[in-house]
Design a protein around this ligand. Sequence first.
Ligand code: ATP
Length: 508
Amino acid sequence: MSSERQERLLKRRPEIIVGTPGRLWELMSGGNEHLVELHSLSFFVLDEADRMIENGHFRELQSIIDMLPATENSTEQSPQTSESCKTIPNLQRKKRQTFVFSATIALSDNFRKKLKRSSSTSKSAFVDGLSSIETLSQRAGMRADAAIIDLTNASIMTNNLEESFIECKEEDKEAYLYYILSIYSQGRTIVFCTSIAALRRISSLLRILGIHVWTLHAQMQQRARLKAIDRFRGNEHAVLVATDVAARGLDIHGVRTVVHYQLPHSAEVYIHRSGRTARASADGCCIAMISPSDKTKFVSLCKSMSKESLRQFPLDDTYMPEVIKRMSLARQIDKILRKSSQEKAKKSWFQRNAESVELAVEDSDSEDETVKGHKLKKNTSIQLKGLQQELNDLLRRPLQPRTFSHRFLAGADISPLVQQQLEQLSKRKTSDKNYSKEKRTGLMVIGQDCIEPLQALRTSGHEVCVNLDKARETRRVAENLKRKRREEKKRTREQLRKEKKRAKEGTD
Ligand SMILES: Nc1ncnc2c1ncn2[C@@H]1O[C@H](COP(=O)(O)OP(=O)(O)OP(=O)(O)O)[C@@H](O)[C@H]1O
């Protein structure tokens, strides 16, 4: 929202103002009348407080707090006055209540003592800035007898949330993501990435594979972000691929699954990301995709949240050959499309710059080179069409396990589920010509009920130890066992050889 529009809205003197520190301070320091009349402030709320002090980026917050009038109970000196801040006599000041919220606040044991000490110290004693949640609370005028309400349970996460993981190679993550989104296609899903490059890649691959996804990241304009959220909210089976800008504060009803496609850098971000599902009294599940290089990070993440074991997300490997075939075609298509869009961008950049300096651009290529270029373009376009045709043929068919064969369908061998799916499929094929255009609906998968990942996890997921020491111990035991078996075999072979030799010597 533009600051002009915000200023217009502030003229109506709203009773509640929700803002980010940057914009709020911009308006306050600009002398907005409604915002500097802080003597009548009844409630001061700091939401996501731990984020506010991260890496010291919210200097503006410090300035805002410095402008707050001292509360009745505070022994602080009068607030630091700025040109835009009015000095109000104590009698006119309202009693102010301060709230500090976050799902991930770590308070030290002597938090209250610190607050007590601070109430007898003047503001000028804090020279470090808002370096900790304690300092933030002190500066916001929190009293030493502040109520601390801790709603976290032993597992930190809500009990309605089922956490799980998939262990796979880094290069197989894309295929497994496609597997989850197509086999368990029910419910809203948010897929989290740490980098925008990864977000762009997987969203492009999924779109090529016919899964409509919305994206959300920091390089998007506010208007585009709001549009993506609206569209995501509008479809109960939609997929949102997002960076950590969506990790906090996003409250969308019916988010059933959160996928940590790339692991977050801290346990706090993992908690906030996972908290986009299983909100209020609803349930939900999260799936962390762990490649061998993620393993150490994942174990330390689990350790910091005191998790010794986690459920392994159930996978049916019989679908993988089909999934991998589709993914391989999608990758080839993506590569061609990416290359051509890069070439276009390069060309238009060159033209734009030439135009800006009023330079006439002449085609410097020789006739031979131009013909060669056209040929190459034509070949690429033919190759692209061929790949798209091949992929579309695969996508028109429901995803089916390797064991399934259309050629040898026999009543006795088909489970009631497959029988029912085939009947519905043939009905839809004849009645609805556009059936293949419907995305993420049932009947894309043969042999599998159309369910949410949470149901799959509850019915067939199993607990696996994530403790690195225990995992190492298990590996060591398995290796020992293997070594012993090898030695045993070698001994038997040796014995047999000797016996044969002796027998041979006996006959000679
Ligand atoms: N007492 C309640 N009864 C029913 N629903 C509630 C109640 N309190 C909150 N909710 C609902 O639960 C959801 C989550 O609430 P809210 O956004 O306040 O949580 P939060 O802890 O601030 O989440 P975040 O992790 O985004 O900070 C919202 O949809 C809200 O409407």
